[in-house]
Design a protein around this ligand. Structure first.
Ligand code: DUC
Ligand code: ZN
Ligand code: ZN
Ligand code: ZN
Length: 459
């Protein structure tokens, strides 16, 4: 099977030019002007942008959490991602405390195998680092799982202490991996939750007020210090605020680079959404939405090169699941649905409103994640020999986001009625048209596990 994409405006992290792309099988075989190659199928991309398929390195599919499961599984989640121009995702395996990493890997392989539409990989969340787990780090790297997630919060379920953190960092450094972190001060947050509950303050607003900026800034600084001490490649997930960003900025003053991911919601939504009583549960996520001054800091951080990646932390729960916390904010399952909207919102709110360049958009939605997590140049670029993961994008198409049209398995939208300029029209994954004008063209099971390479923390 061969496809020729004619006359598109090709945009990568570094380039912007008009050319044709010739695809044979799963890969890009030729790029050039007026290619006179005969293909089984031709797509006219005149007036359209063509950029690398999005990579969302932060999603939670079918994940057991807070007494329930996130409502998108590998099938609905990766399909929704494809509709929104994201061709690869990296999901989190959660180790159960007291059990092995291998056991957790097998559970996630069971959930994902044969179910995905889009390509996927795994981070391994190490929630119990001990002599046994230590021996498994190397095995995981050999399996192509080269990033290890840690939690500085969710004590009793996911959190590790600082001693475990330093030990884990040293082992991951030895084996050629990256340590990533949910950087918030779990003890402070638990105290504030208990205090609010004892005062009868039980609405979603108190979820926000239990995780003030300082809890994230402090943990981000502490994590950076431990990463500096151990010299491990280090990455902070879902950064939301100015204080945390400044902790990373300070680390640069000793010539350290800590990589940073923010998520689309933190760039465009703010904490005023928690003021609408229980409605605010739609945006109960951790860390919570912040203030407009934090959004400004995050956009600036992208342009300053302090933030390399925009993900989603996609962790959807249906309204019925959110209602588990109707009388107690601490029981509202944390997470919000965004996997389908990241690319279009980042284009519309970022590029279209003049906050970031088109090249920066590609860099932070695809290329940097591929580089940081050992998938480049197979993924994250438009080059000869790379996987033909491509988005053909109509930059002028106006549309509205809504629960009535999205593909995520959740019965509300965090972005209901949001006006978006720009639409993913055709999405290719490994040389196959996966989505065309809203229609799905591939079958469940087409998505493959992406085995990732070792990383060294230089991009
Ligand atoms: N935050 C969320 O909102 N959901 C899943 C886990 C997390 O850290
Ligand atoms: Zn089990
Ligand atoms: Zn997290
Ligand atoms: Zn997460």
């Amino acid at each position: 099977m061969s496809i020729l994409i004619k006359n598109g405006r090709i945009v990568t992290a570094a380039e912007d030019y008009i050319a044709d792309i010739y695809i044979e099988g799963e890969q890009i075989v030729a790029i050039g002007q007026n290619l006179s190659l005969k293909a089984d199928q031709e797509i006219d991309a005149t007036g359209k942008l063509v950029f690398p398929g999005g990579i969302d390195p932060h999603v939670h599919l079918d994940m057991p959490f807070m007494g329930t499961y996130s409502s998108d599984d590998y099938s609905t989640g990766t399909l929704a991602a494809l509709h929104g121009g994201t061709t690869s995702v990296i999901d989190f395996i959660l180790q159960t405390q007291g059990k092995s990493l291998r056991h957790a890997l097998e559970e996630w392989q069971g959930r994902s195998k044969g179910n995905a539409y889009g390509d996927y990989s795994f981070h391994m969340a190490v929630t119990d680092f001990n002599e046994n787990t230590k021996l498994e780090i190397r095995e995981m790297v050999e399996e192509g799982i080269t990033s290890f997630k840690t939690f500085m919060a969710y004590k009793g379920a996911l959190m590790i202490d600082d001693g475990q953190m330093v030990d884990l960092m040293q082992e991951v450094k030895r084996q050629g991996g990256m340590v990533t972190v949910h950087a918030t001060n779990g003890d402070m947050i638990d105290k504030l939750i208990a205090k609010h509950k004892s005062e009868g303050k039980l609405s979603p607003l108190y979820h926000y007020l239990s995780q003030p900026e300082v809890t994230e800034a402090e943990a981000s600084g502490r994590f950076s210090d431990m990463a500096h001490y151990t010299n491990v490649p280090a990455y902070i997930v879902h950064m939301t605020c100015e204080g945390a960003l400044n902790a990373v900025r300070r680390a640069t003053m000793r010539n350290q680079q800590v990589f940073v991911e923010t998520c689309i919601q933190y760039l465009i939504l703010d904490a005023s959404l928690y003021e609408n009583d229980f409605e605010g549960a739609k945006w109960v996520m951790s860390p919570p939405l912040r203030q407009p001054k934090d959004q400004e800091a995050l956009w600036a951080g992208l342009n300053q090169g302090l933030i390399q990646v925009v993900g989603t932390d996609h962790c959807p729960f249906k309204w019925e699941q959110k209602l588990m916390g109707k009388d107690d904010f601490s029981k509202i399952p944390n997470g919000h649905p965004a996997i389908e909207h990241r690319i279009e919102l980042l284009y519309s709110e970022g590029v279209n409103k003049g906050k970031i360049t088109l090249n920066k958009f590609v860099e932070v939605s695809s290329t940097n994640a591929a580089k940081l997590f050992g998938m480049y140049p197979k993924k994250g670029c438009i080059a000869i020999g790379s996987d033909a993961d491509l988005v053909i994008f109509d930059p002028n198409k106006q549309h509205q986001l809504s629960v009535n049209t999205h593909h995520m398995n959740v019965d509300y939208s965090g972005y209901e009625g949001w006006e978006v300029t720009g639409k993913c029209e055709t999405v290719l994954l490994r040389g196959q048209i996966a989505i065309d004008k809203g229609e799905t063209k591939i079958n469940k099971g087409y998505g493959q596990f992406v085995k990732r390479n070792k990383v060294n923390g230089i991009i």
